[in-house]
Design a binder for this molecule. Structure first.
Ligand SMILES: C[S@@+](CC[C@H](N)C(=O)[O-])C[C@H]1O[C@@H](n2cnc3c(N)ncnc32)[C@H](O)[C@@H]1O
Length: 258
């Protein structure tokens, strides 16, 4: 729980320590390689990437979808932003075709079965513009299959520091179901002034790259490229622990919408 003495909540921590839309935006534009204008951010929470997109690209538009109506309601309104509170496992709300679709912070793991995954990729494709790019991030490596915690420290502009702990609480190498938790502490000049234990709990299906790639191709996306997260060109993920983005391109003619 966050301390009542401090005006910070779990989303305040999350948006400062975990999300980085200002870095993500040029990375996604580079992967796309053209001049995408219409962004769709799926599993968007408060749609911070949409906000950065609209601010950076004057003639752009953005669509955000998340099933948490409270998060959608808390997202800042904007005349070029369209938000939907909807379950992405079901037929998607209709919107203008998207040039770039992003699924971030391992949200693809919210889809638990292979059927959900393939149907999701099909539905996204049905609302993608010709030559659209779909980017999905995930993590892996031998360390992904071990329980344990990792601490990272993020320094804010005012010098305070967020201690962010990523805990892999349970892993099942047979079913690929995992349980992860995020914990935060706010440190001000050496003193912990707020903390948020179990700020977010995730019960996920950790997809292998091969499963994701195969499901994307089955849904009609072209063979993808794999990028290291937020940097560099196409890569082969390796090492104990890695995070990567898979980028699929849409063939020129989108399928008929469902
Ligand atoms: C790990 S968070 C990621 C938030 C954001 N994309 C980011 O980059 O930080 C996963 C989000 O997916 C949403 N979510 C989970 N299952 C969903 C579903 N079936 N349909 C729509 N949204 C879902 C949750 O409400 C949550 O906001």
């Amino acid at each position: 729980m966050s301390s009542p003495l401090n005006p910070v909540d779990r989303h305040w921590f999350y948006e400062r320590a975990i999300q980085s839309p200002a870095q993500l935006l040029p990375f996604l534009q580079r992967i796309h390689g053209g001049q995408p204008l219409r962004l769709r951010e799926d599993f968007c929470a408060r749609a911070r990437l949409c906000d950065a997109w609209l601010q950076a690209i004057p003639s752009s538009s953005a669509v955000g979808i998340d099933w948490d109506a409270d998060l959608i309601a808390a997202s800042a309104p904007h005349p070029r932003k369209q938000l939907f509170a909807a379950d992405l496992r079901a037929p998607h709300p209709r919107h203008a075709p998207a040039d770039l679709i992003f699924v971030g912070n391992f949200s693809i793991s919210e889809l638990a079965t292979r059927l959900e995954l393939t149907e999701y990729f099909q539905r996204v494709r049905a609302q993608a513009a010709p030559r659209a790019v779909l980017v999905v991030d995930t993590y892996g490596g031998p360390a992904a299959w071990r329980t344990g915690s990792m601490l990272r420290i993020h320094t804010l502009d005012d010098g305070r520091r967020i201690h962010h702990i990523w805990e892999q609480r349970a892993v099942d190498p047979i079913t690929h179901r995992v349980e992860n938790a995020l914990h935060f502490r706010l440190e001000d000049r050496g003193e912990i002034v707020a903390e948020c234990t179990d700020a977010f709990l995730y019960r996920w299906r950790l997809w292998g790259l091969a499963d994701l790639i195969e499901a994307g191709e089955q849904a009609g996306w072209l063979a993808p490229e794999v990028y290291p997260e937020l940097e560099g060109g196409p890569t082969r993920p390796e090492g104990e622990s890695w995070a990567a983005c898979i980028a699929w391109r849409c063939p020129d003619s989108p399928r008929t919408e469902e």
